[in-house]
Design a protein around this ligand. Structure first.
Ligand code: UDP
Length: 413
């Protein structure tokens, strides 16, 4: 996999010399360690976004880091999306014997084809969870990125058998740790964004203008928007309802819904169709996807063009898109769902809302009070700088690697 080169010293102007020296020192303690990350897609969704930067950065620091993809195919991903939804709180979902069989057989097969011989193996999310059955050596971490605070009990019981075999678990929030996880190392770590990636790098206004014009969006009229996979949890339909409420009072307003189809998410097409149907008849709603040529650069420009960013998810493990918007000085109106509440500090970096009516009122307030939007946007950028940049994730991973492997490997690494 071709990954962009990254050097830790490039981050000095953003996070300071001390932070970078601290990371270099931590990395020197596990230099040469073999680390393997495993997930199910190299494109689409937050995990791929993080690994695209984390993997080259840890390599540049002297760790022998690999990124393996478990490619499961359509049946497998429709089972794992059900597991995902069940873990995020949909209690109506049950796993049948047939589903178990598909899930386990793909994992068994992949355990043989993937290269998992490492000092540390980091398995991301539930899809590759049963790979732990093939563990022969090293320390294994399960990095769960979704909100598992209220999982469907039977599905969790089935998965827990695998979870408990790991050496350590990492969740994005304290309350995501299932109550019956005991006797195992558990870390709570927030996901982060890379300020130097194509999606988050600085961009001048000329570049933003060019991109808006390319997609036929009027740069002279206000724009609000949400960037998310097409997925019921992301609530694109709710975003459209909010837009329609405001639009009756502010007819100039445009809505930009940017979405992608992640390789491991079979629900994407259906939710794209539903979104288009819900938006029908309104030419100021732009629904754009990776298939229209929206890549990282375009997402960067769009997030900069929003007067207000929206994230109206029903459940949200973390929501990197919130940090991405805030980093660009765009205030965010978000629901009180999971990781959004870590990033949107009510009245400071944006507004947290309980329902769509409140969302519409807050968005309208920010549209009418440009000074307030700018103030919250500036606070948001600072909040992300302090808490949600990739250097922090890197430091946390290095600390965990040291804790897990140093004792075992001694002077070998
Ligand atoms: N994303 C993108 N294009 C899109 C939609 C999403 O590049 O059309 C990216 C988004 O910018 C973010 C990631 O996919 O980096 C989504 O991560 P998040 O944590 O917000 O949600 P997830 O998809 O992992 O549930």
């Amino acid at each position: 996999m071709n990954l962009v080169q990254r050097k830790i010293r490039d981050y000095v102007p953003i996070v300071g010399e001390d932070e970078v020296m601290n990371i270099i020192e931590l990395a020197s303690r596990v230099k040469g360690a073999k680390i393997t990350h495993v997930n199910t897609t190299k494109n689409g969704g937050g995990v791929a976004e993080i690994l695209k930067s984390l993997v080259p950065l840890t390599r540049s620091l002297g760790l022998r880091t690999k990124w393996e993809i478990l490619d499961g195919g359509e049946n497998f991903f429709s089972v794992t999306k059900k597991i995902h939804n069940a873990l995020q709180g949909d209690h109506s979902i049950a796993i049948t014997r047939k589903m178990e069989k598909i899930y386990l057989s793909v994992n068994n097969r992949s355990a043989k084809s993937l290269s998992l011989d490492s000092d540390v193996v980091v398995v991301h999310d539930p899809q590759p969870l049963p790979l732990i059955e093939s563990k022969k050596s090293g320390k294994w971490i399960w990095r769960c990125h979704i909100d598992t605070s209220d999982p469907a009990p039977a599905v969790w019981r089935f998965l827990r058998k695998f979870v408990m075999k790991y050496d350590a678990l990492v969740f994005s929030r304290e309350n995501y740790i299932p109550r019956d996880v005991r006797g195992i190392k558990v870390f709570v770590r927030h996901p982060t964004i890379d300020p130097l990636s194509e999606k988050n790098r600085p961009m001048d206004h000329g570049e933003v203008l060019d991109i808006l014009e390319r997609f036929d969006i009027d740069p002279n009229r206000p724009i609000i928007g949400q960037v998310s996979r097409f997925d019921p949890w992301k609530n694109q339909l709710g975003v459209i309802d909010v837009y329609k409420k405001i639009r009756s009072r502010m007819p100039d307003l445009q809505l930009l819904l940017v979405g992608s189809f992640a390789g491991d998410d079979p629900e994407g097409k259906e939710w794209y169709r539903k979104t288009i149907a819900h938006a029908s008849g309104c030419r100021d709603i732009h629904v754009l996807t990776n298939r229209d040529g929206v890549g990282d650069k375009e997402v960067n420009a769009f997030q900069r063009s929003f007067r207000v960013g929206l994230q109206l998810s029903i459940k949200e493990g973390f929501g990197l898109t919130v940090a991405e918007a805030l980093w660009k000085g765009t205030p965010v109106v978000g629901t009180r769902a999971g990781g959004i509440t870590l990033q949107v500090i009510n009245g400071v970096t944006g507004f947290l809302v309980r329902d769509l009516r409140e969302a519409a009122d807050r968005v309208e307030q920010l549209l009418r009070m440009g000074w307030l939007a700018r103030m919250l946007g500036r606070n948001g950028e600072e909040h992300v700088r302090r808490n949600f940049l990739i250097t922090k994730d890197l430091r946390n991973y290095l600390r965990i690697h040291i804790e897990l492997v140093k004792a075992d490997l001694g002077s070998e690494i």
